[in-house]
Design a protein around this ligand. Structure first.
Ligand SMILES: Nc1nc2c(ncn2[C@@H]2O[C@H](COP(=O)(O)OP(=O)(O)OP(=O)(O)O)[C@@H](O)[C@H]2O)c(=O)[nH]1
Ligand SMILES: [Mg+2]
Length: 238
């Protein structure tokens, strides 16, 4: 199978035309080989999908999954996970396209997956942090992780982050079909399911930075979704 043993990286994009070429260039330098970079674009109106196609044509290790409409980060990741599994991925990493996640952290996260099943890039363990966020957004993010930690009864510090590395077995075990969360709740739910399935989850410190360019898509709706979904995850998990 073509993808055997490969390190896959999934980058979901919506209106990231200003970031995409630079982030793909950076991750191609940092992600340990053998590698495959999968861009999952939801028909961005700003031409991100066309840039992605050009990058895929230029580089053998880059491919694109086009989705017909913007349907949220969670479903975009599920589609990407399926593609990676179908093609034999061994490790599947995920990160944002906007440089909030530092490509030079990739080797450390991938290395941590040698002794863990799921690696979380974590802002809230020693050595991790957030730059350039105002007090309000910091408070919301920390409160979100604290709330989820309490409600789910888990010890992890950063449950809402989107910089993660999964071993293949985790994605096979967590029933991608029944994941329906769109935003932060999606990140919480995949990690929670991994824990419940008995996988070893570790946190590796990262510094998160404000997006380099482009509009913020964080919304009250995505926060509200996480707030009401977290208790339902626990009930389902019993
Ligand atoms: N395919 C797809 N990608 C998305 C969607 N929503 C967000 N993204 C991408 O997912 C990643 C994280 O989204 P962001 O908009 O950066 O979310 P955030 O980091 O919480 O907020 P800001 O950086 O402030 O906008 C980025 O690479 C986005 O382009 C979506 O509906 N579909
Ligand atoms: Mg962002």
């Amino acid at each position: 199978m073509s993808g055997d043993g490969e390190h896959w990286l999934i980058i979901p994009t919506y209106e990231e035309a200003a970031n995409l070429e630079a982030i793909v260039g950076a991750v191609r330098e940092e992600l340990p080989a053998p590698r495959r970079v999968l861009i999952v674009d939801d028909a961005s109106p700003d031409g991100t999908g066309e840039i992605a196609d050009r990058l895929a044509a230029e580089h053998d290790d880059v491919e694109v999954l086009h989705r017909a409409a913007k349907r949220g980060l969670g479903p975009a990741y599920v589609a990407g996970f399926r593609r990676a599994l179908a093609q034999g991925a061994d490790l599947v990493a995920q990160m944002d396209a906007d440089f909030s996640h530092d490509p030079s952290d990739l080797p450390r996260l991938v290395a941590a997956a040698r002794d863990a099943d799921l690696v979380l890039g974590s802002r809230y363990v020693g050595g991790g942090g957030v730059e350039e966020w105002g007090a309000l957004r910091r408070a919301i993010s920390r409160a979100g992780s604290a709330y989820a930690r309490g409600a789910l009864g888990v010890g992890l510090r950063d449950l809402t982050g989107g910089f993660k590395v999964f071993r293949r077995a985790v994605l096979e075990a967590i029933d991608l079909d029944s994941l329906s969360s769109l935003g932060y709740a999606f990140q919480i739910e995949t990690t929670y399911r991994a824990l419940r399935s008995g996988f070893r989850v570790v946190e590796v410190p990262i510094t998160f930075r404000e997006r380099r360019v482009g509009e913020s898509k964080m919304s009250k709706r995505i926060i509200a979704e996480a707030a009401w979904r977290v208790p339902t995850m626990r009930v389902r998990g019993r």
